[in-house]
Design a protein around this ligand. Structure first.
Ligand code: ISJ
Length: 91
């Protein structure tokens, strides 16, 4: 495949990822609403570790595992950043 063709495929995948990330953030926003009215902390280390372990076990090609797990780590870091901003925390 030529560079342009490969990049077009990447663009299609990116569109799907953006759509799914937006859906994920809608749910994160709902979680934040619940946290706002309770004592539940924004950061849940155990939950994040479980998610990362689950992601690692789903990756079929182990050459990509580090990159994909790292991506999910960043997704959750930004999810927390969003929640902290929404809830006005200094974290
Ligand atoms: C969304 C939550 O808040 C944080 C972000 C998470 C995520 O983006 O998946 C998971 C755990 C928490 O550290 C949650 O508590 O479920």
């Amino acid at each position: 495949m030529y560079l342009e063709e490969i990049r077009n495929e990447i663009n299609c995948i990116d569109e799907q990822i953006v759509k799914l990330l937006e859906e994920r953030m809608e749910l994160v926003n709902q979680v934040a609403e619940i946290k706002k009215n309770s004592e539940v902390a924004i950061f849940d280390y155990k939950r994040e570790q479980k998610i990362l372990e689950g992601v690692a076990s789903q990756v079929k090609n182990k050459r990509y595992e580090e990159a994909i797990v790292g991506t999910f780590y960043d997704i959750m870091k930004n999810s927390r950043k969003y929640q902290n901003k929404k809830l006005g925390s200094q974290e």
